[in-house]
Write a protein that binds this ligand. Sequence first.
Ligand SMILES: *[C@@H]1O[C@H](CO)[C@@H](O)[C@H](O)[C@H]1NC(C)=O
Ligand SMILES: *[C@@H]1O[C@H](CO)[C@@H](O)[C@H](O)[C@H]1NC(C)=O
Ligand SMILES: *[C@@H]1O[C@H](CO)[C@@H](O)[C@H](O)[C@H]1NC(C)=O
Ligand SMILES: *[C@@H]1O[C@H](CO)[C@@H](O)[C@H](O)[C@H]1NC(C)=O
Length: 333
Amino acid sequence: MQVQQLMIVWSFKLLLAGAQDRTITYLFTRTCAVEGSTVLLPCSFTPLKSFIIDGINVPLKIIRVRWCRNHPVCQGDTPSVFDSDSLDVDPQFQYLGDMEGKCTLQISNIQLKDEATYRFRMEANDSAGHFTNPTGVMVQVEGNPVMRVTGSNNSEVREGQAVSLQCSTSPCSFHRVNISWFRDDHALPEAGPTLHLGPLTAKDSGNYSCALGTRTQSRSDPFSLQVEADSEGETSHRILGVAVAVLVVVIALAALMLFLVIKRRRSAVSRSAEQRHRGDVVLPSGPNGEAQRTDQNVEDVSYAAVHFKQKKPSRELQPHADDVVYSAVVTRG
Ligand SMILES: *[C@@H]1O[C@H](CO)[C@@H](O)[C@H](O)[C@H]1NC(C)=O
Ligand SMILES: *[C@@H]1O[C@H](CO)[C@@H](O)[C@H](O)[C@H]1NC(C)=O
Ligand SMILES: *[C@@H]1O[C@H](CO)[C@@H](O)[C@H](O)[C@H]1NC(C)=O
Ligand SMILES: *[C@@H]1O[C@H](CO)[C@@H](O)[C@H](O)[C@H]1NC(C)=O
């Protein structure tokens, strides 16, 4: 009996030898999804291109593709979830494949009743090309998942930083399901599996939890987020830094003015000395060698203004800060 069966299998295989093999490949053969998820069953196939009958090579063409639930062969009038020959299309089961090599099935909003083993079948214009991969894909549906919140950082973060919280389940995953978020039992507007928070303020501190859709009974355990205030030391350091920067600029400007005033005064002194030497008539000099001639003052002021734009701070002149004030008054007068 057993030998006979073996012989049949062998002769069947010999019949097929010579033609290339046909295959159906599922990316995975089991998956687990949370109720309400969209599940993708990735699938590809290679059809039998031709077969030999009476020594003649007859080409083949795939003319029908289908997916069945819990049926080992999926042939004939077996009920199917998708059938390319049927006009009665169930929008929950969408065929993302074709007649050439792709046979992926998408199941939207999966329910507990959809828990099954799904198998793909292709049919050619001759039964020699018909084929079903009996392994199929086993889909498990979880109606009461345990939700969990995990943080991208540990639960203690500082003000101004960013953190993202992830809502997940295991071992079953969810895909394209709305997630509700809560902070201290108040619903948040976000609906995605990841909650992005930041820049953080003290108000973001609290116990966060997530749930599947509107089913609040599936709520996760809380994730406690503590936002630490930025330390006062750091703030005062920052203020001190700004103050120092302002002071440096003020000193540099003062030094520049002093430098220009001294330069002007020296040139005035040397000029009046020169004029005296040539016996010219000049107005008497001030106590600091300051020439009293108005036209020369005007000339010097414009000279100083031109040089004021070339930033040439001289720190060595800082001790004469009093002179700056005095000279500035003199120049304007
Ligand atoms: C199947 O279809 C192909 C292409 O249309 C054709 O060449 C071939 O003869 C058909 N085979 C059979 C057995 O009808
Ligand atoms: C996590 O902490 C680091 C510093 O430890 C911080 O730079 C980052 O912004 C924080 N947030 C995220 C989402 O990594
Ligand atoms: C998810 O939320 C969006 C908008 O918030 C809504 O339009 C959609 O119907 C929801 N989907 C489900 C499966 O509840
Ligand atoms: C967060 O939960 C902890 C216990 O898990 C509790 O001690 C704390 O008071 C809660 N915080 C808030 C803001 O509800």
